[in-house]
Design a protein around this ligand. Structure first.
Ligand code: NAP
Ligand code: ZN
Length: 358
């Protein structure tokens, strides 16, 4: 058994400003990376800008990280960072900004390398220091070593072959307050997918169970909010963030499995949001797991049985129904590595059953 999660994380209200001194120690010129607009609206960008300005640390802002960021976006950000002389990188936003920031930090460190370096296995994982400030409650990228990018040539997405942990994660639950219900749902379902897939996984052991079981219990507290039956209050936003971080810790140890692998086709070919796409395959995945493990996973998350989860997912996914031909493509495109993490025998027939929830 191994426990390796070397990312320092603070989760609390106002944590960016509370930890200004630690931010200042990580570099002297910053590259900030965000998506198009949300970080301006939820206060996360102005918080980090104020900290840097007070410390007289110059920064440059790259605010063009798109959803499911591409290799080219990373290279554009890296060029901007290099031109500015950035010696640390700050990702602010959802998993897309956080993942792109990790990859840009890698490429700034390896400044003489081209885009293909992002896809080459076997290189050192060294990057310039990274701070991650999440504003969604799904990916846990602030505590994982993963960066998921889209290759614009193949139009496929996948984790790059590097392990890049942030030096500092600053998770302020207040940033979640501006999430529209749809993104709150999608990202919370992503966190649930991480918890389930790391629990039902060949690498599941007492350590992964420690984080996944605790995460599922916290996750279950907010089911009614996701169903639209209750408005979230301060403590609930905190629980959403905690579940997402614990889910990130779980996949940092175990990795994601078949549902994540299948989801990439739905996202790349139909633009279905990441968490919504992963959730689509959870029922099929759980139904093939050992009964005891399945029941435990469902009960910890607050579901009576698989049908209870299916009804819940139907509501929170806004009744997503994917056509059979696309599911067949997802089966064909599944990355081998994801298959290897399922703790049960999984041939093509079983994979189709999972994809179609037969
Ligand atoms: P995202 O793609 O980062 O963002 C989705 C949308 O949410 C964007 O339109 C964004 O707007 C908006 N948004 C973000 N924070 C907001 C807030 N507080 N209020 C209102 N809107 C907000 O979504 P995500 O689900 O967090 O990340 C998905 C990506 O992470 C995928 O590429 C997935 O593959 C990857 N992922 C990574 C890991 C990992 O371990 N590294 C794990 C799972 C998934 P703006 O564009 O304006 O910011
Ligand atoms: Zn995910």
């Amino acid at each position: 058994m191994k426990f390796y999660m070397p990312a320092k994380l603070y989760q609390e209200t106002n944590c960016v400003k509370n930890h200004a001194k630690e931010i200042e120690t990580l570099g002297s010129r910053a590259l900030i990376m965000t998506g198009g607009s949300s970080s301006r609206k939820n206060g996360s960008l102005s918080d980090i800008e104020e900290v840097l300005e007070a410390a007289k640390i110059p920064y440059t802002l790259f605010d063009q990280v798109e959803q499911n960021p591409s290799l080219d976006t990373v290279m554009k950000a890296r060029d901007q960072g290099l031109e500015f002389g950035a010696d640390f990188c700050i990702g602010v936003g959802g998993g897309s900004s956080l993942d792109a920031a990790k990859a840009a930090a890698l490429m700034i460190k390896n400044k003489d390398k081209g885009r293909d370096f992002l896809l080459e296995a076997g290189n050192s994982n060294e990057a310039i220091p990274i701070i991650e400030i999440p504003t969604t409650c799904g990916t846990g990228s602030e505590v994982t070593a993963v960066s998921v990018l889209t290759n614009p040539d193949t139009k496929k997405k996948g984790s790059i072959p590097y392990k890049i942990f942030a030096d500092l994660g600053l998770a302020d639950p207040n940033y979640l307050k501006s999430l529209p219900l749809t993104i709150l749902r999608n990202t919370a379902v992503d966190a649930l997918a991480h918890l389930w897939e790391s629990l039902i996984n060949v690498h599941a052991d007492r350590y992964t169970k420690m984080t996944a079981e605790a995460g599922l219990k916290v996750w279950s507290e907010n089911r009614d909010i996701l169903l639209g039956e209750r408005q979230a209050e301060d403590a609930d936003f905190s629980a959403f963030m905690t579940a997402s971080v614990m889910a990130g810790m779980s996949i940092a140890l175990a990795g994601t499995s078949i549902p994540h692998g299948l989801s990439y086709t739905l996202t790349c070919r139909r633009n279905i949001a990441h968490g919504r796409a992963c959730g689509y395959f959870e029922a099929g995945y759980l139904s093939h797991a050992d009964k005891e493990a399945r029941d435990e996973a469902l009960h910890l998350a607050g579901f009576r049985d698989l049908d209870d989860w299916r009804s819940f997912y139907d509501v929170v996914s806004d009744h997503l129904k994917v056509e059979e031909s696309l599911l067949e493509t997802a089966v064909e495109e599944l990355p081998e590595a994801k298959l290897a993490l399922a703790p049960f025998k999984c041939d093509k027939k079983v994979l189709r059953e999972i994809a179609m929830d037969l």
